[in-house]
Design a protein around this ligand. Structure first.
Ligand code: NAD
Length: 497
């Protein structure tokens, strides 16, 4: 089994310290080992990033953007290779892996606009012979800590923008599927990035703690589960760092009686079962307004769930692969047991699925619960698997109250033909990303991504305009060039026009 290296100061670095197994979830077998960096190894990356910063911050934004243009080309040329690596270690289908890469590339395209987005603001003659401007300056060394479920896209939310803004970056990817993340970072170096500007260090809690505690690291971007997001936000901000920490989710889709049900069912199938439900924007609750809608929805979903094509993600033409680890499969399966015990109606049971030729893989079939109620654990907690819960309510107001009372507020959507209902939903729902007849309302790269409530800790969302704000600090400069003949007297009152 090969040991995956770190990428520090432009070099692939082997590490003989602690390590963990990386599995192919379709076969259930370990295929690589990933090092779990010590504090000393992390410090090497921090030192490299710090050393690279003075030259990189002074590199013209247009030159930085040129690296991103070449990076985009390399990503596109290597799409098949990257998708294969994602699929091998994560388990998602090749088509899904290619889709996540495309959404990641959008962020590189946004970063190509560096000269435009970093232009700053200028005012001439704010006072006699005085001009003023605001500059967006980089922070220095910044770091990202990313989850397993989007090994390509989520890191690409972070470092292209951070780097193009003039920062140097350390990425701590998920230890469960690190190979595609590493390959992508190597392509960035191939695109012409100076050594030390981008570093990848694998690891677990101790590597993350080393980043939190290092005074050289000025900002942390985190995406993962809510308990870890909260921990990183608390520990990072306590040390004076900027932190944006995106956490878990429970995303509801509201189905109104006037919805185009066939479209809604097709949309829900992809949003609930795509990527085996391992998406932070996956729809895991369908809130049906009225029993008629619920009965019709369940009747249409059942045959489609039973017909899901499930197998090794690296085979083409499938709907769903396995879950990422045996532990994840057992956890999701445990939630299904819990829902049954709590009295929900298990309409489709995906437990115990065996895929021919892949009997040791971490597979679970699609599951559907009806008559789920708000006090059940399967409703309250994030399951992160192919399990959809149907909750029955009597009105849009009741549906919205349910969503607003939930601890998470990442994404939500409404299926309706009624503009008034849709408008009320968009105005009043306490969720960060909202879809109207759009099941996965993941914002494009020139908007920003982020949830509300316990789905995000911090003030600024990820990527897009908020990302630029997060990775830069403002400097307001007021400059006076007096005319030679004029000498102003001292002024002791607060300066004003
Ligand atoms: P996770 O929280 O287990 O891990 C995320 C990262 O944190 C990994 O790099 C991991 O190594 C590190 N980590 C784990 N334990 C740690 C600890 N005790 N201290 C410090 N660092 C630690 O999450 P995951 O299982 O990889 O990803 C799934 C979760 O991510 C789900 O909850 C999902 O909703 C969430 N997610 C959220 C978004 C979003 O945008 N809100 C996007 C993707 C995933």
């Amino acid at each position: 089994m090969s040991l995956i290296p770190h990428l520090i100061n432009g070099e692939l670095v082997t590490d003989n310290g602690r390590s963990a197994d990386v599995f192919n979830p379709s076969t259930g077998q370990p295929i690589h080992k990933v090092p779990l960096a010590s504090r000393e190894t992390m410090q090497l990356a921090i030192d490299a990033a710090k050393a690279a910063f003075p030259a990189w911050r002074n590199t013209p934004p247009a030159k930085r953007a040129q690296v991103m243009f070449r990076f985009k080309q390399l990503l596109e040329q290597n799409e098949a290779r990257i998708s294969q690596l994602i699929s091998e270690e994560h388990g998602k289908t090749l088509e899904d892996a290619a889709g996540e890469l495309k959404r990641g590339i959008e962020n590189v395209e946004f970063a190509c606009a560096a000269p435009e987005i970093l232009k700053g603001e200028y005012s001439r003659n704010v006072g006699p012979n005085i001009d003023a401007w605001s500059d967006f300056q980089p922070l220095g060394v910044v770091a990202g800590i990313t989850p397993f479920n989007f090994p390509a896209m989520v890191p690409l939310w972070m470092y292209p923008l951070a780097i193009v803004c003039g920062n140097c970056f350390i990425l701590k990817p998920s230890e469960r599927d690190p190979s595609s993340t590493l390959l992508i970072a190597q392509l960035l170096l191939e695109a012409g990035l100076p050594k030390g500007v981008m570093n990848v260090v694998h690891g677990d809690k101790s590597a993350v703690d080393a980043l939190i505690e290092a005074p050289e690291v000025k900002a942390l971007s985190f995406v993962g589960s809510t308990p870890i997001a909260e921990y990183i936000y608390a520990e990072g901000t306590k040390r004076g760092k900027r932190v944006q920490a995106l956490g878990g989710a429970k995303n509801h889709a509201v189905l109104m009686p006037d919805a185009d049900l066939n479209n809604a069912v097709n949309a829900l199938m992809g949003a609930a079962y795509g990527s085996c439900g391992e998406r932070c924007m996956a729809i895991s609750v369908a809130v049906c307004v009225g029993d008629q809608v619920a009965d019709a929805l369940v009747a249409k979903l059942v045959p489609q769930i039973k017909a899901l094509k499930i197998g090794a993600g690296t085979n083409c033409g499938l709907d769903m692969g396995p879950l990422v680890t045996g532990q994840a499969r057992d956890k999701v399966s445990g939630y299904v047991d819990d829902g049954v015990a709590a009295g929900a109606t298990l309409v489709v049971d995906g437990r115990g699925l065996s895929v021919a030729g892949h009997e040791e893989g971490f597979f679970l079939g699609g599951c559907l619960f009806d008559n789920v109620t708000p006090e059940m654990r399967i409703y309250k907690e994030e399951i992160f698997g192919p399990v959809l819960c149907v909750v029955r309510v009597n009105s849009l107001e009741e549906a919205m109250q349910l969503i607003n009372d939930h601890e998470y507020g990442n994404g939500t959507c409404i299926f309706t033909r009624d503009g008034e209902a849709a408008r009320l939903f968009c105005d009043e729902i306490e969720v960060g990303m909202v879809g109207v007849n759009v099941p996965l309302p993941v914002p494009v790269a020139y908007h920003s991504f982020g949830g509300w409530k316990r789905s995000l800790f911090g003030d600024l969302h990820a990527y897009g305009p908020d990302g630029v704000r997060f990775y830069t600090r403002r400097k307001a400069i007021t400059q006076r060039w007096p005319q030679r003949a004029s000498h102003e007297a001292s002024q002791f009152a607060f300066p004003s026009l």
